[in-house]
Ligand binder design. Structure first.
Ligand code: GTP
Ligand code: MG
Length: 307
């Protein structure tokens, strides 16, 4: 049993399908009828990271939509019913750089979620789409190693890194990076930020300051996108992070990193439903090509697949 779980965790595509398989088992067990069926379905939704409130709402909606003459739930009905309810809240964000304007992507998120890796993957993607030279801003000045890590990634994907010393003002680094891009005619700046501070109030205050500096420097001629990275394996913590960042700084798009190692998947639906935020990409591995544009229909097919 333990061995099997380990294997599922390693194989992202299979483990993401876990929820769909469990639905299938539930239908076999319950015959798709009765109070127990609905309660167990609610439990499965909670286990899949939809969150308790959304799980109750979704099951209530399913029940209401069900015609009394429809009989027991079949797998096809249930999958279609869940898709009908979840699909409308799923939105995509297209982060393709504007060739006419300088675009700044400010990448936010708590420590360890996958920000720096996501930045490298985005730079790699934009570079391949011939968006010109990409500038990376080493805005995580809180840890010395963070600057070095961004430089390694910069070399790997062929992007220029603008940095200052460890401990310097991150707003100043990002200001410099925007100036550098403007003077060289580059169109894309992707800025790293720290995910950790002495405490959360400090982090939010620091990020709000960066936000003001970046907005002022870019002005109307630029495009500004605030990207929140969430770790797919953190469950309802991810939901709370999204709430906090969106409330205090305002988020334009979410990237769900480590989606390959997530045993669940409902977090995407929960964040979409509760916060009405669009998703840009799913991170599906550590490689530079493992950043896949979010596609709601593929997401739902995978989530609900029963094989
Ligand atoms: N499997 C998998 N691992 C990932 C993915 N994205 C990032 N990682 C790994 O997660 C770990 C943390 O990634 P970082 O990019 O350093 O995260 P961060 O948010 O910049 O971390 P801090 O700078 O410490 O706040 C690294 O080992 C990455 O290789 C992903 O999509 N899939
Ligand atoms: Mg980092």
């Amino acid at each position: 049993m333990f061995g099997r779980k380990k294997k599922q965790e390693k194989d992202g595509r299979r483990s993401v399908k876990n929820f769909g398989r469990r639905i299938k088992d539930l239908l076999t067990r319950s015959g798709g009828t009765g109070e127990d069926f609905y309660e167990s379905l609610e439990d499965l939704l909670v286990e899949a990271d939809f969150g308790a409130a959304a799980a109750v709402e979704l099951v209530d909606e399913l029940r209401e939509n069900r015609n009394s003459s429809s009989g027991d739930w079949t797998r096809d009905d249930l999958v279609a019913g869940l898709k009908d309810i979840i699909r409308p809240s799923l939105k995509t964000a297209d982060l393709t750089p504007d060739p006419e304007k300088l675009t700044l992507y400010l990448v936010l998120g708590v420590n360890g979620v996958g920000k720096t890796t996501t930045i490298a993957k985005m730079a790699h993607r934009f570079h391949n789409e011939s968006s010109g030279d990409i500038v990376l801003a080493a805005g995580d000045t809180f840890r010395a190693a963070a600057i070095a890590q961004l430089e390694i990634h910069g070399k790997r994907v062929g992007a220029r890194v603008v940095k200052q010393n460890h401990g310097s003002d991150p707003g100043a680094v990002i200001y410099d990076a925007i100036n550098s891009a403007m003077s060289q005619g580059d169109k894309v700046v992707i800025a790293d930020t720290a995910g950790r501070m002495h405490n959360r109030t400090n982090l939010v205050r620091e990020l709000s300051k960066i936000d003001r500096i970046a907005r002022d420097r870019l002005g109307k001629a630029g495009m500004y996108r605030k990207i929140l990275v969430i770790d797919a394996t953190t469950g309802q913590n991810g939901m709370r992070q999204a709430e906090t960042f969106h409330k205090s700084i305002g988020i334009d798009a979410v990237v769900m990193a480590k989606y390959d190692s997530s045993a669940k998947g409902g977090l995407v639906a929960a964040i979409s439903r509760e916060l009405n935020l669009p998703f840009a990409y799913l991170g599906r591995g550590e490689g530079m090509d493992d950043l896949v544009p979010f596609n709601p229909d593929i997401y739902l097919d995978e989530l609900l697949a029963g094989d």
